[in-house]
Design a binder for this molecule. Structure first.
Ligand code: PLP
Length: 350
């Protein structure tokens, strides 16, 4: 069978031949011993892109978030974030396990909350409650359909956190997408946050890697926790070279993925029995993530559709009993998206 059209995630992207060449050509050292030139180059480049004084390279976005949480908090502190955020849904309870933190979850459409929500969630100082210590904003918001946070709201939330003595962390795994979709520079989104993390391993096509940026003191502390969590790597310049290549060559093209996501969404919306999830139905996907729901009248559920599509060479993910997710990325062409729509239509009708 031909190679499937893989829409499960943008993490499935593989390094291109040119990226592999860059990886093979990278000068290497030992990053734990402090002399890895390619990692140092990536960290400086990333810090500049997000407008922070310092950065450190980590194996995964989960580690970036968890190192940030550990470095910002003490055991018993409370983190304020959306109930649909990655740190709550997909990081195996790490804020509790690794940092001893409570999580106060907020709700709101598109995976976003308001300034008033944050203000109401910050606890008064006193002997009884946990200390509200950290606010986390996820931009783009994965489970919110890849939604982009308004710049002003990002700024207001981070400034409120600072005013109330909290820290603010930006989980920008797909901040590249937010920036391309909105025209807002990544550094503007990150400006008022104490820390920001981004993933090279999503739509940018690098095989592995994320980075965390913040003040020099914060990053020095983060490096200790990175080592503690097992993220001290040696000739990791091989991976950093892929990340540098991805930043230079694969960011502006994300606009194509967003176009392709809108094409995919339009196609899906026109298939009887399927509907875009309500928030995306209104104005289409903002970036590269499409969520759609199966009508109760269909005889199969999300898992059933996943299986039917797999047999037709299209891979998607069920994220709830009757909800399915499909992402566009570097390794899916417009023609493949058009083909996927035809296969989805046939799979539903079959
Ligand atoms: C993918 C992702 C991460 C990190 O995931 P890893 O698989 O650990 O690299 C963090 N936050 C968001 C919003 C993500 O989508």
């Amino acid at each position: 069978m031909a190679t499937p059209i893989d829409l499960r995630s943008d993490t499935v992207t593989r390094p291109t031949p040119a990226m592999k060449d860059a990886m093979m050509a990278a000068p290497l050292g030992d990053d734990v011993l402090g002399d890895e030139p390619t990692v140092a180059a990536l960290e400086a480049k990333f810090a500049a892109w997000v407008g922070k004084p310092a950065a450190c390279f980590v194996p995964t976005g989960t580690m970036a978030n968890q190192v940030a949480i550990r470095a910002h908090t003490e055991h018993g502190d409370e983190i304020i974030c959306h109930e649909d955020s990655h740190i709550v849904q997909y990081e195996t309870g790490a804020p509790a396990a690794l940092s001893g933190c409570m999580v106060r979850t907020l709700r709101g459409p598109k995976g976003q909350f308001t300034l008033a929500d944050v203000a109401a969630a910050i606890r008064p100082l006193g002997i009884h409650g946990p200390l509200s210590k950290l606010v986390v904003v996820e931009n783009t918001q994965n489970r919110g359909g890849g939604s982009v946070w308004p710049l002003q709201l990002c700024r207001d939330i981070a400034l409120l956190a600072r005013e109330k003595g909290l820290r603010a962390h930006l989980d920008g795994a797909r901040l590249w997408n937010a920036s391309v979709a909105s025209g807002v520079p990544m550094a503007a989104f990150a400006a008022d946050f104490d820390s920001v993390s981004c993933c090279f391993s999503k739509g940018l096509g690098a095989p592995v890697g994320s980075a965390l940026a913040g003040s020099a003191d914060f990053i020095a502390r983060a490096r200790r926790f990175r080592k503690m969590f097992g993220g001290g790597m040696r000739q990791s310049g091989v991976l950093a070279a892929a990340a540098i290549y991805a930043m230079d060559n694969h960011t502006s093209r994300l606009a194509q993925d967003h176009d392709n996501a809108r094409l995919l969404a339009r196609g899906i919306a026109a298939i009887p029995g399927l509907a875009l999830e309500p928030e995306q139905a209104a104005s289409g996907p903002e970036t590269n993530i499409v969520y759609f729901d199966l009508a109760p009248t269909l005889s199969f559920d999300g898992a059933g559709l996943v299986a039917r599509l797999k047999a037709r060479g299209v891979l998607v993910l069920a994220t709830a009993p009757r909800r399915v997710r499909a992402l566009t990325h570097l390794d899916v062409t417009r023609a493949q998206v058009e083909h996927a729509v035809q296969e989805i239509k046939a799979a539903v009708a079959a």
